[in-house]
Design a protein around this ligand. Structure first.
Ligand SMILES: [Zn+2]
Length: 417
C-alpha cells in the first residue's frame, strides 16, 4: 500500500513539474510566426519611430493630396494637455467632386500606440490608392491620431489613463455603466507595486489566468475584461469619469464636414486583435439589418466578425458607434479594422496580450524594479501594437491596398435608398 502511495505521489510530482515547465516555456517564449511573404522594401518607409515623424509624414502626404485634388482642406486641432503643448489631431478632407452623397471617415490612433500602424496605412492610402475619380460621389476625411498623447508616449490610453474607445458617447449615463465581472478580476488585472518582470507570479502568469478560466468561460472572462469599466481610474480598460477633451473637438469636425452628406461610413484602424498579419473586420455588434447588409456589400468577399463566434464581446463607449449617435440623421456604417499581431484569438495569445497590457499599466503607475524590467515590458508592449517585422508590415500593406480599393469602389456604388 505504502509503495502505491509513493508511486502515486511521484506521478503527481512529475505531472505538476511537467505542467509548470510546459506553461513556463510556452508562455515566456511565445512568439507567433510571421506571415510567409516576400518583403516589400517600398512600403517600409510608411512606418515611423515617433508620433512627431508619423505626423510629419501624414501632413506631407496631405500636402500632395492638396495639389492633386480640388478644394482639399488640411487642418489641425490641438488636444489640451497638462504636460505637452504639441499634441494635435490632424485632418485631411477631400470633398466629393460631383455629388455630396457619401462620406468616408478613416480614423487612426484611437488607441494611441496603435496609431503607428494606422498612420502608415493612411499615408499609403493617400500616396497610392486615392484617385480623383474615386471621389466623384464619395468625400474622404482622414483623421490622424485621435489620441495623440497615447501615440506620442506609447500608451493605449489618454493622459488620464482613459481608454478612448470606452469613453465615447452622446450621453453621460455611459459613466454610470456597471461591470461587476471586472471587480472580481481586479487583483489579476491591476497588480500594485513596482514591476518585476521575472517574478514567479509573472513567469507563471499563464497559470494565474488559466485558474480564472477554470472558474469562468473564456467568453465571460473576455467580456468582463474588455467591455470597459468606469470605477478604477488606474485600471485597465478605464472608460473615464467624464468625456475626454478630444471628443467634443472631433464631434464638431464631424458635424461640420458631414453636413452636406446623407451617408457616413467610418473605418477605425486598430492593431493587436486577431491572427498575426491578418486584417480583421470586427465591428461592435449591430442589430440593424439594413446596416449589416450594407456593410456586407461594402466588404463583399471578406469575412466580417459579427460577434457570433466564441471571441465575441460588446464594448461600451466605442468611438465608431459614437459617430453614428452624433450623426443620427444620417445612414451610418461603422467598422473597426484590426490588424492582428499576437494571435490573440488563441488562448495563449490572448493571455500574453493581456499580460503585456497589465505590466505596462502597472509600470506606468508604480514604476519598475529595474531598467531592464522597464525595457523588456515596453519592448513587448510596442511590438504588440506596432510589430517591427518587415514581413508583417509588407503583408498588412499588401492586403490593405486590395481591401481599400475594393471597399472604396463598393461604397461608391452602394445604393442607400
Ligand atoms: Zn485598438
Amino acid at each position: 500500500m505504502k509503495k502505491v502511495l509513493k508511486i502515486t505521489a511521484f506521478i503527481i510530482i512529475v505531472l505538476v513539474i511537467g505542467i509548470l515547465g510546459y506553461s513556463y516555456i510556452s508562455f515566456n517564449s511565445y512568439a507567433p510566426a510571421d506571415p510567409e511573404v516576400q518583403v516589400d522594401k517600398n512600403v517600409q518607409h510608411y512606418f515611423h519611430n515617433s508620433y512627431v515623424e508619423s505626423r510629419k509624414a501624414f501632413l506631407l502626404e496631405a500636402k500632395k493630396i492638396e495639389a492633386k485634388f480640388d478644394s482639399v482642406q488640411v487642418f489641425s486641432r490641438k488636444v489640451p494637455s497638462r504636460i505637452d503643448t504639441n499634441l494635435t489631431i490632424d485632418f485631411c478632407y477631400i470633398p466629393a467632386r460631383k455629388e455630396t452623397d457619401k462620406l468616408l471617415i478613416i480614423t487612426s490612433g484611437t488607441h494611441g500606440v496603435e496609431g503607428y500602424v494606422g498612420s502608415a496605412v493612411q499615408q499609403m492610402l493617400m500616396s497610392e490608392i486615392l484617385t480623383p475619380e474615386m471621389v466623384d460621389n464619395v468625400g474622404v476625411l482622414l483623421v490622424h491620431s485621435v489620441n495623440p498623447y497615447g501615440f506620442k508616449y506609447i500608451r493605449r490610453v489618454t493622459e488620464n489613463n482613459v481608454d478612448f474607445n470606452r469613453n465615447c458617447d452622446t450621453n453621460k449615463s455611459l459613466f454610470s455603466s456597471k461591470n461587476e465581472g471586472y471587480g472580481k478580476l481586479i487583483g489579476m488585472l491591476n497588480p500594485t507595486g513596482k514591476v518585476n518582470a521575472s517574478s514567479i507570479k509573472n513567469k507563471f502568469f499563464m497559470l494565474v489566468a488559466i485558474n480564472q478560466l477554470l472558474k469562468k468561460s473564456m467568453a465571460s472572462l473576455r467580456q468582463a475584461v474588455l467591455q470597459g469599466q468606469y470605477k478604477y481610474k488606474n485600471g485597465l480598460y478605464f472608460g473615464g469619469f467624464s468625456f475626454e477633451p478630444q471628443l467634443a473637438i472631433l464631434g464638431n469636425v464631424f458635424k461640420t464636414i458631414s453636413a452636406d452628406y446623407t451617408t457616413v461610413f467610418n473605418i477605425d484602424l486598430h492593431t493587436g486583435y486577431g491572427v498575426r498579419g491578418v486584417a480583421h473586420l470586427f465591428p461592435n455588434p449591430i442589430d440593424d439589418k439594413k446596416i449589416k447588409s450594407g456593410l456586407e456589400t461594402i466588404f463583399k468577399g471578406y469575412e466580417i466578425n459579427w460577434g457570433d463566434s466564441d471571441d465575441f464581446y460588446i464594448i461600451n463607449g466605442s468611438f465608431t458607434d459614437y459617430i453614428g449617435k452624433l450623426l443620427n440623421d444620417k445612414t451610418y456604417f461603422p467598422m473597426v479594422l484590426e490588424y492582428g499581431t499576437l494571435n490573440s484569438q488563441s488562448t495563449v495569445g490572448s493571455i500574453k496580450s493581456i499580460h503585456n497590457m497589465i505590466l505596462e499599466n502597472q509600470g506606468f503607475h508604480y514604476g519598475y524594479k529595474s531598467s531592464s524590467d522597464s525595457i523588456r515590458v515596453m519592448q513587448s508592449f510596442k511590438e504588440m501594437y506596432n510589430p517591427s517585422s518587415e514581413k508583417w508590415r509588407t503583408k498588412i500593406m499588401n492586403d490593405s491596398k486590395i481591401l481599400f480599393r475594393k471597399t472604396l469602389k463598393n461604397y461608391a456604388d452602394l445604393k442607400t435608398n
